[in-house]
Design a protein around this ligand. Sequence first.
Ligand SMILES: Nc1ncnc2c1ncn2[C@@H]1O[C@H](COP(=O)(O)OP(=O)(O)OP(=O)(O)O)[C@@H](O)[C@H]1O
Length: 241
Amino acid sequence: MHRVKTGIPGMDEILHGGIPERNVVLLSGGPGTGKSIFCQQFLFKGIEEYDEPGILIALEEHPVQIRINMEQFGWDVRKHEKEGKFAIVDAFTSGIGSAAKREKYIVRDPNDEMELIDVMKEAIEEIGAKRVGIDSVTTLYLNKPMMARKTVFLLKKVLAGLGCTALFVSQISVGERGFGGPGVEHAVDGIIKLDLDEIDGELKRSLIVWKMRGTSHSMRRHPFEITNKGIIVHSDKVLKM
Ligand SMILES: Nc1ncnc2c1ncn2[C@@H]1O[C@H](COP(=O)(O)OP(=O)(O)OP(=O)(O)O)[C@@H](O)[C@H]1O
């Protein structure tokens, strides 16, 4: 079985080699836990280290801001956009504003699932994307929780058909148990939970792989750091809560 390397130091060790190809993985966590950075690093390292093109579906942040954020970690995505190895699908601006007019892939109504899928497919096919990040999938069903399972299954079907491996960012509240609702949790192939906990007056970051179809994986909670080069996971360390 082919595995997709995350390219995030320490993470592939925890996943016993990487994410099984075509898995859809829920990247779940509270505010500020590092979900967006994890997702961006997965896509960027995919291009730089494994020559696997990727696309990011932006639902929560302006594409211009995403490029700025990524550049802060030294990830020059504009270069890869020009080379046709990376694309941002703008499902944030609805095409409003002068900056949005310069975006190539625009979803005017993110509530329209078919429009989102059409634009996503177009971008994947043009770029030859092997990796997809959706940030966040929660945005798609925030106002219609009954639709969460259906939406996730639909996306999963499309992405698997195109041979992509995907990270779906799932936003949960501080202290919430669970990863984004039962419909979603059972539908996805994997769940990686990112946490931020106050211990002795200090916020500590950690992550745990809750499930990953098609592979064994570490069952431990590992501390990680966000540095100016991105996320580093300490696969040799365990955080006891
Ligand atoms: N250069 C950096 N060095 C260290 N830590 C950083 C750096 N840039 C951002 N961070 C940390 O990353 C956090 C933001 O991470 P990220 O945007 O990935 O969170 P998120 O889980 O997507 O949050 P939300 O759901 O609120 O959008 C910041 O709150 C900050 O603690």
